[in-house]
Design a protein. Structure first.
Length: 404
């Protein structure tokens, strides 16, 4: 957004509570690699230019990539500046930070979609003998005391942590709810290539039938490894991870799991088949049949006949629970009445329901790719155009100033 505003000669500052790339520096686990291939690390006027476009950046490389970008575009970042309160005043906004106040006509909220780990409400009923961890605190299996681990959530984070923790010697049980299964490679191409080339990632927010649902979809079960491996439930079962259904509740110290595991997996298999079918017909329509490998289908997800429905958390079998149940944004500092009942900013494609307020980086904000690094460029371009028009109409004219 800063790059797009500079290109449009809009005076602005970027307030950052810590350092550039803070979430990547402080909230990610050690082994994490991006699940998006390097060629997909694209930002306005900037892209990955290394010699491994099909590889997946490790976090330190991504941090360097983002730090370099901030320097390259001379982004006016004020680091160590925490926004404590944002309120509407007169014709604009007042920002209270721990470094003083700012007044501005327009504000872009780019504080991220993943500030807080979303822990189910039954989390408070976990017996005190069981340690709980969120992915934001998890760094490596070294943190985990000997014994069994229950990983709650089987999307990208959950499957990656279940795999790593199980391989390190802790028997893992994985709670599987709604999930999106996908092969890493399909017909010799990365699944992200198919999503991108076929135009699926560019699908707009005003083109989908059920936007609320699209904005709540879990991440695809993907991992970025040098070997470009597919990590799905079958791969996890094959190393000994036990699958159970969605965590439905915890009563008297006993975790209860949904009995719908087989159905959930069958549904995910069906949806994956439909997605691959759509890629096949796109490839046919675009004359690619002879240039790529023939279609294949993955075997169905293997689920045992009667998966466990209960697990006594007080028995000592489980020593640690990892909540891989999603993330949510933190708007505790936002004192403008734009939040809906679920605590999400009400907006139309990033144009918030408060004059001159914008939001970026949320799931399906304007496009299916919006919450990816690669989604920021198009969204920031659109929203900065909107912002320029807003300021042109504004009276009195735009001003940005620290309040002395
Ligand atoms: C585990 C995980 C893996 C991911 N993997 C991928 C991937 O492989 N590929 C991909 O494209 N995307 C991935 N994503 C999504 C990725 O995080 C986003 O695409 C990207 O980080 C969004 O950038 P952002 O700047 O909008 O938000 P963030 O990176 O979250 O940055 C928000 C910034 O705002 C700052 N901030 C927050 N509140 C305040 C405040 N009150 N005052 C001042 N500053 C504040 C934070 O310190 C932070 O630096 C992943 C996300 C997670 C959680």
């Amino acid at each position: 957004m800063s790059c797009c505003l500079s290109e449009r000669s809009i005076a602005h500052v970027v307030l950052e509570r810590a350092e550039v790339a803070n979430a990547w520096k402080t909230e990610r686990w050690e082994s994490l690699r991006l699940l998006t291939p390097n060629w997909q690390s694209r930002l306005p006027n900037y892209r990955y230019e290394g010699d491994d476009p099909d590889g997946y950046q490790a976090v330190p490389e991504l941090i360097e990539f983002l730090d370099r970008y901030a320097r390259l575009i001379s982004a006016p970042v004020r680091t160590q500046t925490n926004v404590i309160a944002l309120s509407r005043v007169d014709d604009g906004y007042l920002l209270n930070t721990d470094q003083g106040e700012w007044r501005c006509r327009t504000v872009v909220i780019a504080t991220g979609a993943c500030n807080i780990a979303a822990v189910p409400s039954c989390g408070s009923a976990v017996p005190s003998t069981v340690r709980t961890l969120t992915p934001m605190r998890y760094r490596s299996p070294r943190q985990i005391e000997p014994g069994g681990v229950l990983v709650v959530g089987a999307s990208a984070t959950g499957i990656q942590l279940a795999d790593e923790i199980h391989r390190s010697g802790h028997p893992v049980t994985l709670c599987v709810g709604d999930h999106i299964r996908a092969p890493r490679l399909y017909r010799g191409k990365d699944i992200q290539w198919w999503m991108d080339a076929s135009g699926l990632f560019d699908q707009r927010y005003d083109q989908v039938e059920d936007l609320t649902r699209a904005r709540r979809l879990p991440s695809m079960q993907l991992v970025g490894t040098p070997e470009r491996l597919t990590l799905d439930l079958n791969a996890l079962s094959s190393i000994g991870v036990k699958l159970v259904g969605r965590l439905a509740g915890i009563r008297d110290g006993t975790a209860q799991f949904s009995g719908a595991l087989r159905n959930q997996c069958a549904l995910a298999d069906l949806k994956m088949g439909r997605l691959l079918d759509s890629f096949d017909s796109w490839a046919r329509d675009h004359g690619l049949e002879d240039q790529i490998e023939p279609p294949i289908r993955l075997p169905p997800t293997d689920v045992e006949e009667s998966p466990r429905l209960e697990l006594n958390l007080a028995s000592g079998e489980i020593k640690t629970i990892v909540w891989a149940s999603g993330y949510r944004p933190d708007y505790s500092w936002l004192h403008v009445p734009v939040l809906d009942r679920k605590g999400q900013i009400r907006h139309d494609g990033g144009v918030a329901e408060s004059p001159g307020m914008y939001v970026l980086g949320l799931q399906f904000l304007r496009r299916r790719k919006s919450a990816f690094i690669d989604g920021a460029a198009d969204d920031a371009n659109d929203l900065s155009d909107h912002l320029v028009h807003y300021l042109k109409r504004a009276d009195p004219p735009h001003r940005l100033a620290p309040v002395c």
